[in-house]
Design a protein around this ligand. Structure first.
Ligand code: FE2
Ligand code: FE2
Length: 646
């Protein structure tokens, strides 16, 4: 028997009830124990334990539980250092646990059958050491506290769940001076508890992450700890031990059992007392202390320390889960917003995501670059994610732009072109009427001059239609077309009631005389207003601290370094670097997108030339553009995976 175990046996007084459920129970021979039949006898035993400074393990059935607990609790109030625990023997342990849960003082619950075969050492160690923390030997020293603080300061900075799991096992093996550590994260779905992932680290070995999802099985040390919610220690691990309570199960538990001395399985609880995960710490006996500086076995006195450690790890896990929930929420919100924009205008489908991919690529390239203008700029993962989200949402404001403007493929709206076509038909009919009137007036129905005039007019009107049709396309307007439009604008249509209307309205003339593109001045301003709408939308969202610049980054995506951008005409030093990155990605994608209705797709080389012209004109950032080209960031737009940011 190890020194630690001998110590426990010497320090503990086991008192067994002779009630119905417990009467056949016999304590192991070396244990200090006594059988009792009444509360008076229990009272005497408790007094003896208090007087001799012994810990008390009371074994009782369900019927005696309440009165026994009251009595020992009463003694505890007068003797704060008195440590005790009650072992409950139950006919239906599962039913009892389901209905009532275990009172704090109950160290374990056993079925009648189990109690007969398994009254064992692990029950002794489970008696909570009330008051022992006040003893010098068990006090957590200032140096140790400092060490714990340093560990948890580092752990609480980690926002990425998987990186945190890895850090937890590495810090545990370092802090506990043990031989191996296994961490299982508990997840709940549809009322069932699952473990995933399982992160294991053996001294001097590689870390293993097993992402298999396993339903929690109580026939394992991990499962048992989830069921009871209590730390569980196996001293002098015995591979042959068979039991359905807290038995070793290699699927869940630490599996390399060579030389294992003790296995401590610890629940990691959050601030609500719910289990977030379970940590298993393994001590091996074969290792030389001097060579490895490892502990070869678990000491009973370590329990307080491990409880403190586990509480802290539990709260860090809770934080990272909360953080992941918030991230998931934002991610879902961003994706839903992008869907809403793209449902509005399918021709720009995928634009936001491609711009986001290129922004992430360029921001990473800036971070990795050790030379040039931005050699000192190092974006953190959170900043890259902020830029990614800003890019996904940069055009959200287009939702506030009229659909007919957003999707305008020609200079005239469809209904405008139809109106002109109808007016031309009326003009043709008027020409016919006019020629017939002339013939009637002259009395010559075969008047060739009248016929020629009529033909000439019809050709003229058809020529008008051709000019209007060709001017309507978004290509550069020919000079002669503009002159012809001026002529057409002067044409008037006389209705039967004498009212005169212009063949081309002022709005139609203005639209057709656009020199390039499809938008009138008012429509261009309306499209540009999407940036303001984006800003109005984003500024009202309560972003977390790490996304505090997201709105500003998106707000500046159409600003140019020389102050010619919009909406605020900012100049270089007023524009965030992230926005300068986004501007390059945004223009590149707008040029090369194959699905815009109002323009043809521009080849990559041509698009880079156009961007370079903008750089030379002092509108885009030269160093960023060089990285964009050198690192072929434009190819990131085609990457399948996004959200690689940790
Ligand atoms: Fe935009
Ligand atoms: Fe855009």
């Amino acid at each position: 028997m190890s020194t630690a175990l001998e110590g426990l046996v010497r320090q503990t007084f086991c008192v067994i009830s002779e009630g119905e459920l417990c009467k056949k129970i016999i304590a192991p021979q070396q244990w200090l124990h006594s059988k009792i039949q009444s509360l008076d006898q229990l009272n005497a035993c408790v007094d003896r334990a208090v007087a001799q400074g012994l810990r008390l393990l009371l074994v009782v059935g369900e019927d005696e539980l309440s009165r026994s607990l009251q009595l020992v609790d009463l003694k505890k109030q007068n003797n704060p250092d008195f440590a005790f625990g009650v072992l409950l023997v139950s006919k239906e342990p599962k039913e009892f646990l389901r209905k009532q849960g275990l009172p704090l003082q109950v160290v374990d619950i056993l079925s009648e059958k189990e109690a007969k075969s398994q009254l064992d050492y692990f029950l002794l160690k489970n008696i909570r050491p009330h008051g022992m923390a006040n003893n010098a030997g068990n006090k957590i020293g200032a140096a140790l506290l400092g060490k714990l603080n340093a560990i948890f300061t580092e752990l609480s900075k980690e926002k990425n769940a998987e990186k945190l799991f890895e850090k937890i096992v590495r810090k545990t093996i370092e802090f506990g001076e043990c031989s191996a550590v296994v961490l299982q994260i508990l997840r709940e779905q549809d009322g069932e508890n699952y473990f995933t992932p399982k992160v294991s680290l053996e001294l001097n070995s590689e870390l293993i992450i097993d992402r298999t999802t396993n339903i929690v099985d109580e026939n394992s040390l991990f499962g048992y700890v989830v069921q009871t919610g209590k730390m569980h220690t196996v001293f002098h691990f015995d591979k042959s031990r068979t039991s359905n309570r807290g038995d070793h199960n290699p699927v869940y538990d630490y599996s390399n059992l060579d030389s294992v001395d003790s296995i401590v399985t610890i629940p990691l609880k959050n601030s609500q007392g719910e289990i977030e995960g379970v940590l298993q710490v393994v001590f091996k006996s074969h290792e030389s202390l001097s060579a490895t500086k490892r502990k070869t076995h678990f000491d009973f006195e370590d329990e307080t320390l491990w409880s403190t450690f586990a509480n802290q790890v539990g709260s860090v896990l809770e934080n990272v889960k909360f953080y992941a929930d918030v991230q998931g929420l934002f991610e879902g919100f961003v994706r839903a917003s992008v869907k809403a924009i793209e449902a509005r205008d399918k021709s720009t489908g995928g634009h936001s995501e491609r711009v986001a991919k290129m922004c992430v690529g360029l921001a990473r390239a800036v971070t990795e670059c050790e030379v040039g203008t931005y050699r000192l700029v190092k974006f953190r993962d959170e900043e890259i994610r902020e830029l990614e989200y800003a890019a996904m949402l940069h055009d959200f404001g287009k939702i506030g732009v009229r659909e007919e403007v957003l999707k305008k493929a020609k200079k005239l709206h469809g209904w405008q072109l139809t109106g002109i076509e109808e007016r031309l038909k009326i003009c043709k009919a008027a020409a016919k009427i006019h020629s017939l009137e002339r013939k009637i007036r002259s009395g010559h129905m075969n008047d060739k001059i009248v016929d020629e005039d009529y033909e000439k007019r019809i050709k003229e009107l058809e020529n008008y239609w051709e000019i209007i049709r060709t001017s309507n396309s978004p290509t550069v307007l020919k000079r002669e077309n503009l002159t012809a439009l001026d002529r057409i604008r002067g044409e008037q249509l006389v209705l039967p009631d004498g009212e005169k209307i212009a063949l081309l309205s002022n709005d139609e003339y203005e639209a057709l005389s656009i020199m390039q593109g499809t938008l009138t001045e008012d429509e261009r301003l309306e499209i540009e207003s999407h940036v303001k709408h984006t800003f109005q939308f984003l500024k009202d969202i309560p972003w977390t601290r790490e996304f505090k610049n997201l709105t500003d980054i998106a707000h500046c995506h159409h600003e140019k370094l020389d102050g010619t951008g919009y909406p605020r005409r900012l100049v270089s030093h007023e524009i965030p670097l992230q926005s300068k990155i986004m501007t390059i990605a945004d223009i590149y994608d707008a040029l090369t997108a194959r699905d815009r209705v109002y323009k043809d797709m521009v080849p990559v080389e041509k698009a880079l030339d156009i961007l370079y012209e903008e750089v030379k004109a002092g509108k885009l950032d030269e160093a960023l553009f060089e990285l964009f080209v050198a690192k072929k960031i434009f190819e990131h737009a085609q990457l399948k995976v996004i959200h690689q940011v940790a």
